[in-house]
Design a protein around this ligand. Structure first.
Ligand SMILES: C[S@@+](CC[C@H](N)C(=O)[O-])C[C@H]1O[C@@H](n2cnc3c(N)ncnc32)[C@H](O)[C@@H]1O
Length: 307
């Protein structure tokens, strides 16, 4: 089962910014589409480190490790980028990318439990070797917290009714059972959207700590970049894109005030320069509808004093 990489050339070209050598990080290996293109553009002295939480992605990456001595896969969250790379003797890097969210194989395999379109066990873990499944978590969580999660991460207006119906149902074994419960509880379905789309998104984000990981990842990735090093991140929904946008905004803006209200020359605190934001072309959206919602944001490290 394959994964069609989104904004493939745009991301790799932006990450390299014209260079062909250095140490690069792909925070989300998936099936290795971006990593492979990156390796093909780098010289023999370069290194690429990739992360993934998913044991199936790791199996594919392990094969690439055998084929290419410049490549190393790490089974960890990209939120741990600094610790994981420091442990391997890497202190600074020339570029970091991430292509957030789930891969097509994760969505397509019923047994991973991500999709309301396919009946499978209600799992939803990217790393299915540890942690609570969605089914287990739904038993443990209280109704109010569940409603908040569905509201915040699913941006679902009817979160309270849905949370109530889920908690009333007891142990929910399968994706189709959950989809049906949400469908019955949902008073108003949106056009072209399954009634459970938002609820599934919310539970998936919670189970995998997706937003917390992005929050932790961005400052660590930035800390590791040399001057001129690029950060390139693809996101697929507004909650993630907002975190990335605000982070780049904050790091690329001069602090106005020193906190004491005194007129002073602002201290140089900027660590990033905005480079680009890119959407998929019409052609790409036609070929791969998943790319429709993708946003690539690119920024470059400045004012690194460690060299
Ligand atoms: C959209 S896919 C990446 C596809 C990849 N760029 C390609 O071209 O094949 C996202 C991948 O990132 C992984 N992932 C998501 N969040 C992660 C995290 N916090 N840490 C490590 N891997 C993560 C998922 O398991 C999935 O395999």
């Amino acid at each position: 089962m394959s994964h069609i990489s989104v904004l493939l050339h745009e991301t790799v070209d932006a990450l390299l910014g014209g260079r062909n050598t250095g140490i690069y990080v792909d925070g989300t290996f998936g099936r290795g589409g971006h990593t492979r293109l990156l390796l093909s553009k780098l010289d023999e002295h370069s290194r690429v480190y990739a992360f993934d939480k998913d044991p199936q992605a790791l199996a594919v990456a392990a094969q690439l490790e055998q084929e290419d001595p410049r490549f190393t896969i790490i089974h960890a969250s990209f939120a741990d980028i600094k610790t994981a790379l420091n442990q391997r003797g890497v202190e600074t890097v020339d570029g970091v990318m991430a292509d957030l969210g789930v891969s097509s194989p994760q969505l397509d395999q019923a047994e991973r439990g991500f999709s309301f379109m396919k009946d499978g066990p209600l799992d939803m873990r990217m790393d299915n070797s540890q942690g609570l499944t969605a089914a287990q978590w739904l038993v443990e969580v209280d109704e109010e917290h569940l409603a908040n999660i569905i509201f915040q991460y699913g941006e679902e207006r009817y979160s309270r009714r849905i949370a109530k119906a889920i908690k009333a149902a007891g142990y929910i074994e399968s994706t189709s059972q959950l989809a049906e419960i949400v469908k019955v509880a949902h008073p108003k379905w949106e056009k072209n959207k399954h009634a459970a789309t938002r609820t599934f998104q919310a539970i998936r984000i919670e189970i995998n700590k997706e937003l917390e990981d992005v929050h932790a990842f961005l400052p660590e990735a930035l800390d590791m970049l040399h001057n001129g090093g690029r950060l390139a991140v693809i996101s697929f929904h507004s909650l993630e894109d907002r975190i990335i946008k605000q982070f780049i905004q904050k790091e690329s803006t001069l602090a106005e005030d020193d906190g004491w209200g005194l007129p002073q020359k602002p201290k140089e605190t900027r660590r990033l320069k905005k480079i680009d934001r890119v959407r998929a072309s019409e052609e790409e959206v036609k070929q791969n509808p998943r790319s429709r919602s993708a946003w690539l944001r690119v920024a470059e490290r400045i004012n690194f004093k460690g060299e």
